[in-house]
Design a protein around this ligand. Structure first.
Ligand code: ADP
Ligand code: MG
Length: 812
């Protein structure tokens, strides 16, 4: 069967990765010619165009190759067409030796053709006269093109570069001798070139063979299709090579190893080599060299926010050392020590901010509400169900809080469907009975609407129901005006809206309680806004993301924590089934059947990359496929992250109102959306999602009377993903899933990519529980002694805390 363009795309993407580490073996041109020949006529032209783009590829320099693939990919994806029509696409430039090998001075490689890149001295960018916050464009080695690419990585300033940490390392630090080599091992050797020769083999390929020697023996290394290397390997030259020991006719050899000229300061080989997060057009070699210069110049000058005495006591590296070791470790041990230090700093900033916040919040006068026991009892008695023990306990905690003359700040955690809303409703009722107002804020309009309906229903049974009003952006201006006026006049008791409700031009007559739903981090912004408006209401933040306790205490340390850890009785078990890819047809048949019975279904598309654009594209394709090939008779909707909020809302509403049978969605599907008639949740690429996220998806069904199902389709199986799918198949307990997920994947993934508001951690991982606890202890000690961080030795720390929290807005 002929390869398709999407196969080609995969191959090219892969190949492009190889450009980065110079692992190109060649043969791509031949491959693409074959590919072209096998295309059906209608696709031939396009394939030829792509082949044209790749002409000269096998012998081109790495960065040129990179760009060639870039152009080819654009054609494959038929995105932006190349700048020139195909016939005029300039043939690839002739193979030119990468400039970096021109001399011992380790020049900058690559395609940046700005004159400043042609530097001859090593100590690269000693940028005098400006600081870490200077733009990277001030660096001599960074021209406008590179600057733009770096910006994609979030690197704008020199400081950003210094804090652009490797995401992993290759350990080439163990130098070996030739006599010690063992087949299959990854090694690094310091050797002398004896001789090199290049010959042509079949199909125009070239093989350059280099004979290398040290005092213990000799070994060959071969390089394919890099004839220009011939000149690099002058006999007598000392080089360092890193790679895997291979076999050739019974003799040990190296095939296309990494190499660099020997110098005192090796960057790419005989050391623990940093591997950085990259973006298109930035290679690790280039970035390494850039960062090396930055680290050499700037790390020693970096100020250390922790007092020396504390560092000594806690056995922590100083910051200059840590920065240097994190980029270019002298040993793995030192690298770990550096990581510990830098991660600890991040946690410390969070902790200190959180402790400060907690204290400030507590210092504020709040309004003590009177809790009328009978009122609460009557309210509860009128409900069609009894509160669970957990709900009752949490309600008691909340009611105890609001009776104090300090504003409550409480986080209420409870799994999807655990019944948080009714607890919040009781608290709001108490506020209203005190003659004050309450607000309920949701992240989206549709959720706000949903809350509005629920509240109106719950409270309707009440003899003298509070006046509830919905205020969302979707209202007509006149209605908004009116709602605002009524809220300001105190004619509305409970205002329900999106988070924007309090930011917009709304004035409350007398706001005593604000409930913020589905907000993970503190509702910090909301609090800041409220404070700015002069309100000091009791605040209840609700979240359905089950967060293990250690984490919660750290990230939400300024909030008191309440947990509803029990589900209302009689909840249906959502039948969860992990299917083999070949059972997809069965899943579709099942969906069709459910729809025929009047039900609805979700299809979640796989998470392809952490890129909304790519995920959105894949979702569109999946949507088209389902619509045209699988379910031509169903009404199908699509939502993804690239749609406007209004478009998303419209589709969600249509689905909720049963104007759609099937909703295809990326992982953006709204948390908490309530469509009781939906009974099937089909998750494609389930192995790519964290447990917590799978659990959230699953929580979208099983909300009505009908038996509901969650179908998991996984791609390739792997140990962790299999484990994960087994866990989700076997339990519906969100907290257990969260703990398992942390164990299996680490919290970055646990929170998923959409987790808004999490502090921006550059190096600390939330699974670093030990460091986290260390940081908490140290923070508490510092705070106990110097809560306002006023001591001279805490000045820098105070500044860092302020900077760290600046964007988060609530420490003012
Ligand atoms: P969540 O915690 O996800 O916000 P909700 O508050 O929306 O959960 O509650 C989910 C559903 O469970 C609602 O229909 C609600 O009326 C119902 N419910 C809440 N508490 C109980 C209970 N103790 N017993 C039975 N049903 C309950
Ligand atoms: Mg809810």
């Amino acid at each position: 069967m002929a390869l398709t363009f999407s196969d080609l795309e995969r191959i090219l993407v892969n190949e492009q990765k190889k450009c980065d580490n110079h692992l190109v073996i060649g043969g791509l041109e031949k491959f693409i010619n074959n590919f072209t020949e096998r295309q059906p006529d209608e696709e031939r032209a396009r394939a030829e165009q792509i082949a044209q783009t790749l002409r000269g590829y096998d012998t081109a320099a790495p960065d040129t190759r990179y760009e060639m693939i870039e152009r080819a990919l654009a054609l494959v994806r038929q995105e932006s067409a190349p700048t020139a029509p195909p016939a005029q696409t300039p043939p690839a430039p002739p193979p030119e030796p990468p400039s970096e090998f021109e001399d011992e001075e380790d020049e900058e490689e690559g395609a940046e053709r700005v004159p400043s890149a042609k530097k001859t001295t090593r100590a690269p960018m000693v940028p005098t006269g400006f600081g870490l916050d200077a733009s990277i464009t001030r660096l001599q080695n960074v021209g406008p093109a590179h600057a733009k690419k770096l910006q994609k990585l979030g690197i704008y300033t020199i400081g950003d570069l210094l804090y652009h940490f490797p995401h992993r390392y290759d350990d080439y630090s163990q130098l070996k001798t030739i006599s010690q080599l063992v087949y299959g091992e990854e090694v690094t050797l310091l050797v002398t070139v004896c001789e090199a020769h290049t010959r042509e083999v079949r199909g125009g390929m070239t093989v350059t063979t280099v004979l290398l020697a040290d005092t213990t023996g000799r070994i060959n290394a071969t390089f394919f299709n890099q004839p220009y290397l011939q000149q690099q390997f002058k006999s007598g030259r000392r080089i360092v090579i890193s790679g895997r020991v291979a076999h050739d006719l019974g003799r040990l050899t190296f095939k296309h190893p990494e190499w660099e000229p020997f110098s005192q300061e090796l960057l790419h080989t005989a050391r623990i080599v940093p591997v950085y997060p990259l973006t298109e057009g930035i290679t690790n070699r280039w970035l390494r060299r850039l960062i090396k210069g930055i680290v050499e110049y700037w790390a020693p000058q970096a100020a250390d926010p922790l007092p020396a005495a504390l560092r000594a006591r806690e056995n922590l590296l100083d910051v200059p050392t840590a920065l240097s070791e994190i980029h270019f470790p002298t040993s793995l041990e030192r690298m770990y020590a550096a990581r510990r230090r830098l991660a600890l700093d991040e946690f410390l900033l969070i902790q200190l901010g959180v402790l400060r916040q907690r204290q400030r919040w507590r210092e504020q006068p709040g309004r003590a509400l009177r809790v009328d026991e009978t009122l609460v009892k009557n309210f509860l008695a009128a409900l069609p169900f009894q509160l669970t023990h957990a709900q009752q306990r949490v309600l008691d905690e909340i009611l105890a809080d609001v009776q104090r003359a300090q504003p409550m700040s409480r986080l209420l955690q409870g799994d999807v469907g655990s019944g948080k809303t009714v607890v919040a409703a009781a608290a709001m009722l108490v506020a209203v009975a005190n003659g004050a107002q309450a607000a309920l804020l949701a992240p989206t309009e549709i959720l706000a609407e949903q809350h509005f309906k629920t509240l109106t229903t719950i409270l309707a049974q009440y003899p003298n129901p509070p006046r509830v009003r919905l205020l969302t952006g979707g209202l007509k201006n006149r209605e908004k005006e009116q709602a605002r006026a009524e809220i300001a006049a105190g004619e509305i008791d409970i205002a329900v809206g999106t988070h924007a409700l309090i930011q917009e031009d709304v004035t409350f007559h007398d706001l005593a309680l604000a409930v913020i739903d589905e907000q993970h981090r503190f509702g910090v912004e909301q609090r800041a806004t409220m404070r700015a408006k002069g309100y000091r209401p009791h605040i209840l933040v609700m979240s359905a993301t089950p967060i293990p306790r250690t984490l919660a205490l750290t990230l939400y340390g300024d909030l008191d924590l309440s947990v509803i850890d029990e589900m209302p009785p009689g909840r249906q078990v959502i039948k969860t089934k992990w299917l083999e890819p070949r059972e997809r047809e069965r899943a579709y048949a099942f969906i069709a059947n459910q729809v025929q019975q009047g039900r609805q279904a979700f299809v979640i598309c796989p998470l392809i990359e952490e890129s909304e654009a790519i995920d959105a594209k894949a979702a569109v394709e999946e949507y088209e496929r389902l619509r045209q090939e699988i379910f031509p008779n169903l009404r199908i909707g699509l939502i993804h992250g690239k749609l406007k909020p209004s478009e998303k809302e419209a589709t969600m509403s249509a689905f909720r109102d049963h104007a759609l049978d099937l909703l295809v969605a990326t992982s953006v599907i709204e948390v908490g959306i309530d469509v009781p008639n939906a009974t099937v949740m089909l998750i494609e690429g389930a192995d790519r999602f964290g447990l917590a996220q799978l659990h959230q998806f699953r929580g979208r069904v099983g909300r009505g009377a009908h038996q509901s199902y969650c179908l998991l389709l996984a791609g390739k199986s792997g140990v962790t993903s299999d484990e994960r799918l087994r866990v989700i198949e076997s339990t519906q307990d969100g907290f257990r899933l969260a703990e398992e997920d942390l164990k299996l994947r680490g919290p970055g993934e646990f929170f998923g990519t959409r987790q808004a508001g999490l502090p921006d951690l550059k190096i600390a991982k939330l699974s670093d529980v030990k460091i986290l606890e260390e940081a908490r202890r140290i923070a508490q000690e510092i705070f106990a002694r110097d809560p306002a961080l006023q001591l001279p030795e805490h000045q820098l720390l105070a500044q860092r805390v302020a900077e760290f929290w600046q964007s988060k807005g609530d420490l003012s």
